[in-house]
Design a protein around this ligand. Sequence first.
Ligand code: CO
Length: 290
Amino acid sequence: MDVDDFREAGKVVRRTLRRAEREISVGDDLLEVAEYLEDMIRDEGAEPAFPVNLSLNEVAAHYTPGPEGGPEIEPGSILKVDVGAHVNGAIGDAAITLVFDHELGERLAETAREALEAAIEVIRPGVTCREVGRAIGEVCRERGFRPVTGLTGHEIERWNLHAGVSIPNDDLPGYEDELKEGMILAVEPFVTTEEGDGDVEPGRYVEIFSVKNPNQRSRVNLRRIYEERRSLPFARRWLGSSASKLELLRLSRVGALKAYPELVERNGEPVAQWEHTVLVTEDGCEVLTR
Ligand code: CO
């Protein structure tokens, strides 16, 4: 397999997250942050593989601002910055958690980061997805926290963000697939408190969609989106005024689009996330987004 494009996409993601870490601060508007980071991905010669996800506090994933603007970052919050870039469909996907004056949030973020490192340590051909999940779950419990098992890591293929096997965030039955050399995996521990449920539920808020049927009639030019990015997710705010929320929800109901509503921790507890994309090698893995 040609991994050069995946390495390049990973490098763009790494640079974008480094800038996010340096420059995002309290008072920033999330719409400006999202546009800034997506512009950086394009300036680096890649395209966003999905809208930059900027999920606050108990929102675990799939929040991106709408065209009318996002909330500002307030003190006492934690922000998951999940960034994807693609080069000719080869995707890099990684995430960090930024903490703004939130002591519990610091410990959750540190735990997610350590859980990811523990997962990376065990990844090699022949290891099962379940064993990787076990490493993640153990770190979470040792720190007195709970892994979010309602979310999983995922295999990546060209033009396909969620392909093949899934990597659970704990030692769970049903994830017995063995890793193979050459697989590309996005590993993403999500961690919440012991008071957390450990699962997520869809909220009412949805701004992220992907094309399932480009031939459906609509004011929104589905064919053009599909030609540009196939079924990679996009943000409503990328489409301009033709794409009302009502029209995108209608297209989701008839099966032309897939909607990705925000995913919220069921008990409303804060969630931290850390993520890297890795390539499984002969005797371990290469972290493509580090
Ligand atoms: Co991600």
